[in-house]
Design a protein around this ligand. Structure first.
Ligand code: G4P
Length: 290
């Protein structure tokens, strides 16, 4: 299937972010741990050239733990500070404050040399849609507010959430759009639900995901649905999923669309196991021909 992307107010969002970035010391960029490269927009590297950088490998609970570890190393080697996070449960949140101070050490030392004490670090959150920005901001702000009793403050027309005496966070995240260099990126973003399902043919996407998993996580499907898939075509696998899950229309005919929706939903909610869709080793999938 051809995966298309129709972004909304891309130029406006980018312009706003360019303005906001000028106001901050630190960029906190969320990426999806299942697709850590495809869920990034390289523009952020240009826009944030002189800023301190922290990458949050979010939704790590849905991704393969071994691969999370490898992606952490990958980003660290590129000079980023990085934390494995589950913004929904809060796992990994505790490390953030310490890591922020570490990432901005240079600024804090510079301030100290100039005799400036207690000037808070200003940060903003960026990321592509659906990566968990709001979940993260809410959770981070709530924790900090609960600890310090601080209320959001208003400065220069922007809403800053005063997290504690050493940090303020811009309350609206910067939305980046993923870049479609090739169809594989589009396909992976469709799998994780970044691209609106309304413009996707679910049956075709399900077949693409089945093909992808047969190469990269061959046991995931048979373990979930309880039938062996060796030698089967993707179409047969989807039919069999429909059959075992009772997705029937009248007269015992398999409801292909319902089976596709069920399968995609199982993948997105982690019921097929913890699955990573792109690997840091040579930045491409094993067995995947380019
Ligand atoms: P955004 O601001 O970047 O667009 O993303 P948002 O926070 O709205 O999160 C998008 C979805 O991802 C939400 O699910 C949210 O709960 C989920 N999410 C965020 N972080 C994590 C994480 O670390 N792990 C997992 N498993 N999910 C995460 P939703 O279905 O839209 O809402 P809900 O049903 O969870 O309430």
């Amino acid at each position: 299937m051809n995966y298309q992307w129709y972004p909304g107010h891309m130029t406006k969002a980018k312009r706003m972010m360019q303005e906001d970035i000028k106001l901050v010391d630190l960029i906190i960029e969320l990426v999806d741990a299942r697709v850590p490269l495809s869920s990034r927009n390289p523009d952020v590297d240009k826009l944030g050239q002189h800023k301190f950088r922290l990458i949050l490998l979010n939704k790590s609970d849905l991704a393969d733990p071994k691969e999370n570890h490898r992606w952490m190393e990958y980003f660290k080697n590129k000079g980023f500070f990085v934390i494995e996070l589950n913004a929904k449960s809060g796992n990994g949140m505790k490390q953030i404050q310490t890591m922020v101070l570490e990432a901005c050490k240079e600024k804090l030392e510079r301030d100290k040399r100039k005799g400036i004490l207690n000037r808070p670090i200003r940060a903003m959150v960026v990321g592509i849609p659906n990566v968990g920005k709001s979940t993260f901001i809410n959770s981070f702000a709530k924790r900090a507010a609960a600890k310090t009793g601080n209320k959001p403050g208003v400065t220069k027309g922007k809403q800053w959430i005063k997290l504690n005496k050493s940090m303020e966070l811009l309350d609206t995240p910067g939305i980046l759009w993923p870049k479609f260099e090739d169809q594989i990126i589009g396909m992976k973003l469709a799998f994780i639900g970044t691209i609106n399902d309304d413009i996707i043919i679910m049956e075709e996407m399900a077949l693409d995901l089945i093909r992808h998993l047969m190469k990269t996580y061959p046991n995931a499907i048979s373990e979930r649905y309880g039938f062996p898939i060796e030698g089967m075509k993707a179409e047969e696998v989807l039919l069999q999923i429909g059959r075992t899950r009772g997705c029937f229309m009248k007269a015992e005919e398999i409801d292909y669309k319902r089976a596709a929706n069920l399968f995609i939903d199982d993948f997105r909610s982690g019921r097929l196991g913890r699955i990573t869709l792109e690997f840091s080793a040579d930045r491409r999938e094993p067995n995947e021909s380019k």
